[in-house]
Design a protein. Structure first.
Lengths: 596, 278
């Protein structure tokens, strides 16, 4: 109950942080971190207490995990506002409006082909009559519950200790993507829990008849393949590694190889269905990463640590905490790995695979050397931290380790060790969360900021997109800045032009928003078959906080030191044939079909 | 499983199916559907090989998720697609199939599973649920604070040859405004139409305005009464263009102005600054 009270207080304080952010324009940072630390700290204290029963351990983990998820939902209670969330809101909107899957989504063409999240949300919305937002929130909480229970049961089975399982579950919370990215309404948020649940299923089906086991495995593999491409591939790789390690152990779970085969088949079949978008998407990410690494090696990287593109710097204590969390892990992991030689001696395949995964941890901080690789590295943390959390929890609380030696230690030393573990846990949580959370403005509601995802979604931007949705036919070719394109797509149901979906040259098209009047403007609009142009005049007031106003490769993007001139965002007021059909003081919508 | 329990569970599924398929309001369909989903989840949990409540809970949540996803994929290829009715029928069939396979098992059903839930666990979940409810109220209060920011929007969802539909939307931006329609570069001449908007809350005003003869374009201007300064909001509608093709079906044009394109009334330069392409 103590943990529940702490979690309840944490959720309430987070709601107050959002309230203050909206009221004053600046969310109270101290309260933000205190509330999260309170929840995590209460959970950590409970786990450190060796008196907890198994059911109390489970409920502690569930309370902390669900509580953390609720802190995300109360910040923006009525709308999903983050970049990836708006992409998936569009897909969900399409499923609910058309009653079918695979409606093209220009903001990220691959997403309609992996609609597990949206199918589930649409199912709940359709069955209950609740709004899309409420249905989506139920799905997110459900996903958290599955992930919490699956991780707990997997670790418990490997370590034969509910205490280790609870500790691992709390260490996992410290992974950089846990609080911010993997709590968003996005496809991997659902796929990752299904993946862990599937792994547990493989183990639990040991004594099941083939007539039961095969359909269960096929259903699980298909659901994951339908939900997220890279998670499904990651699952196949994990199962392959596990199967390979079982050769070393000399014993293999009965349904491990069938699970591997069914996962591979599901990935291939669904990948074939989505081949037109997935190949282009993945190869694009790979190219971006290679280019970033090449730039880094050649010394041409523009990446700046602890500062966003508009010059907002991360506070000194946050820099310290994030570096401290990396340092703690870099120091502890080798020690834990040294202890984990026991798994080599006993030839236990599954723990060995998790240890190998944990060795991949340095990829996460190293990935932050460039912008592109930091995204990939952070996203891999959902997988890597399974290994990290198991290894550290087993090392710290594992029966083989402390059953003999720690039992002989004096009470004083035990208290000291517990205090150390508690402090290390807090550092890991706060620092790890900062690493993955991005700049401070990304964390909670506040005043409007230029090109800053959630902070750019204000009442004026929402008013324009909602007007589009209710007064303009859907599917017109529209161009705007990054945030308003997403809103126009998700809420206005327009076809937002992107390089990824439409092959438009963003370097040229972005001139319409960012460059002063030029001779090529009419041509750029005609080539792109542009119908609507949504201009946010506030772009001319500040540099873009996420690095770009529109997308990569935009006009002036490489060496930009000042915002576009006022004349750039007002030039269509004087363009013959461009009807300004909407004006709310900040945003103007132009019908440019008659441009001449 | 006892026969009475089988009947009760079947009825829960059937009532939820009827509520969803008949389009009952959310306050009726939501609790019934959630009960039906919980029923399905619990039936899935009974398939777990051992009586571990944690494992059963995982099987219920995970199985429910997987089944709903696969059901959606199948429904995509059914005529009508993913509708409330098709989901309701699909879920009812799944629930009854699960019930059929579980009902023959011995030692399942009843309220025995409740014994595993101690008072402290129930209290913990209750505390978190209650706090969440309060937290959402606080968040909603924050949203209403933010919604006090004034928003004044002027738009034309439909425009034709001689007439345009003008929509003025305001949120906490009340007052008396003048609406002017000025042809070409004219700064005065048209008689202003007075528009009054409520001071608090959301207001919308739809007006049909006549477009006087113009060479090139019209400026539709909204400004506070008596103000001679810059317009608060302004639309620019060009001769030769119309909302045809963009106009949403729910937006109705005034009957006089069918969606025919406007004619340019005279030749000459379309200033303010000339055409975009030089």
């Amino acid at each position: 109950v103590g943990v529940a009270l702490a979690c309840a207080l944490g959720v309430l304080l987070q709601a107050y942080v959002g309230y203050r952010g909206r009221e004053t324009g600046s969310p109270p940072a101290l309260l933000f971190w205190l509330s999260l630390t309170l929840m995590y700290g209460a959970g950590a204290l409970a786990v450190l207490s060796s008196r907890f029963t198994r059911s109390e351990s489970v409920i502690t983990v569930v309370l902390v995990w669900i509580g953390m998820q609720l802190t995300r939902l109360v910040l923006y209670p009525k709308l999903f506002v983050y970049h990836d969330e708006l992409i998936h809101v569009r897909v969900l909107g399409d499923v609910l409006a058309t009653h079918h899957l695979f409606t093209p989504n220009s903001t990220l063409p691959v997403t309609p082909h992996y609609p597990g999240l949206e199918i589930l949300s649409a199912g709940i919305a359709n069955l209950t009559g609740l709004s899309a937002r409420v249905a989506g929130s139920i799905v997110l909480v459900l996903a958290r519950l599955i992930l919490a229970l699956a991780l707990f049961l997997i670790v418990e089975r490997l370590a034969h200790s509910h205490r280790v399982a609870a500790a691992a579950s709390l260490i996992y919370v410290a992974n950089p993507q846990y609080l911010f990215f993997n709590s968003q309404y996005s496809y991997q948020t659902l796929a990752l829990p299904l993946c862990f649940g599937f792994v547990y299923l493989v183990v639990r089906l040991e004594r099941a008849k083939p007539a039961v086991a095969w359909p269960c495995l096929l259903a699980g593999a298909m659901a994951i393949a339908v939900s997220h491409h890279l998670t499904a591939v990651g699952l196949a790789a994990l199962l392959a590694a596990w199967s390979g390690a079982c050769t070393f152990e000399g014993r293999r779970p009965r349904y491990l190889n069938p699970a591997l085969i069914l996962t591979l088949l599901s990935v291939l079949v669904w990948g074939f269905i989505a081949r037109h978008t997935i190949v282009h998407y993945i190869s694009g990410i790979a190219q971006n990463n290679v280019q970033s690494v090449q730039q880094l090696i050649s010394g041409h990287s523009h990446h700046v640590f602890f500062k966003d593109n508009a010059g907002d710097a991360t506070p000194a204590w946050e820099r310290f905490a994030s570096l401290a969390s990396v340092l703690v892990l870099v120091l502890l992991l080798p020690i834990a790995l040294w202890s984990a030689r026991a798994f080599l001696r006993t030839r236990r395949a599954a723990p060995l695979v998790l240890c190998v995964i944990a060795i991949g941890y340095p990829l996460i901080p190293l990935g932050h050397l460039t912008n592109a690789t930091s995204e990939v590295a952070d996203r891999s943390s959902g997988f890597i931290f399974v290994g990290v959390s198991f290894l550290l929890a087993w090392w710290a609380f594992g029966t083989s380790h402390n059953g003999h030696r720690r039992g002989e230690t004096r009470r004083r030393r035990r208290v000291l060790a517990s205090a150390g573990a508690f402090a290390a846990g807090l550092v890991l949580f706060v620092g790890g969360t900062i690493v993955g959370a991005g700049p401070s403005w990304l964390r909670a509601p506040g005043k409007y900021l230029v090109s800053s995802d959630n902070r750019s979604v204000d009442v004026l931007a929402l008013a324009a997109s909602n007007w589009l949705g209710s007064h303009v036919t859907p599917g017109n070719r529209l161009y705007s800045d990054r945030t308003n394109e997403l809103l126009a797509s998700a809420l206005g149901r327009q076809h937002s032009l992107t390089a990824l979906a439409d092959g438009v040259d963003n370097g040229s098209l972005s001139r319409l928003l960012l460059a002063p009047r030029g001779p090529g403007d009419l041509g750029f609009a005609k080539v792109a078959k542009l119908q609507l142009l949504l201009v946010d005049r506030r772009l001319a007031t500040d540099l873009p906080h996420v690095g770009v106003y529109t997308d990569n490769g935009e006009y002036g993007g490489e060496d930009r030191t000042r915002p576009p001139p006022e004349s750039a965002v007002t030039k269509f007021d004087h363009a013959a044939g461009a009807d300004r059909i909407y004006d709310n003081g900040a945003l103007s919508l132009y019908d440019v079909r008659g441009l001449r | 499983m006892k026969r009475s329990e089988v009947v009760t569970r079947s009825l829960v599924t059937a009532v939820a199916l009827i509520a969803t398929a008949s389009g009952a309001p959310p306050w009726v369909s939501a609790p019934l559907a959630l009960l039906s989903l919980a029923n399905g989840g619990q039936l899935l949990a009974y398939l777990a090989p051992r009586e571990d409540p944690v494992e059963r809970c995982l099987l219920a949540a995970g199985g429910l998720t997987v089944l709903l996803i696969l059901l959606g994929v199948v429904l995509n290829y059914v005529p009508g697609g993913l509708t409330p009715s098709s989901y309701a029928v699909g879920w009812a069939l799944i629930s009854w199939a699960l019930l059929g396979s579980v009902s023959r098992r011995e030692g399942v059903g009843g309220v025995g599973w409740l014994r595993g839930a101690s008072i402290s666990i129930v209290a913990s979940l209750g505390v978190l649920a209650a706090a969440s409810a309060v937290a959402f109220r606080i968040a909603a209060a924050g949203l209403s604070k933010q919604a006090q920011q004034p928003v004044l929007a002027l738009s034309s969802p439909a425009y034709g040859a001689t007439e345009a539909q003008i929509l003025i939307s305001s949120l906490n931006a009340g007052g008396v405004y003048e609406l002017l329609v000025l042809p070409d570069g004219a700064r005065r001449g048209a008689s202003a139409r007075l528009v009054t908007l409520g001071a608090r809350g959301s207001h919308g005003l739809e007006l049909g305005v006549h477009l006087p003869p113009a060479r090139c374009y019209w400026r539709v201007t909204l400004r506070p009464r008596g103000s001679r300064g810059v317009a608060e909001r302004e639309l620019i509608l060009w001769a030769g263009t119309s909302s045809a093709g963009l106009q949403h079906s729910r937006v109705k044009m005034p009957p006089l102005a069918a969606a025919s394109p406007r004619r340019r009334n005279a030749s000459g330069s379309c200033v303010p600054s000339g055409p975009l392409a030089q």
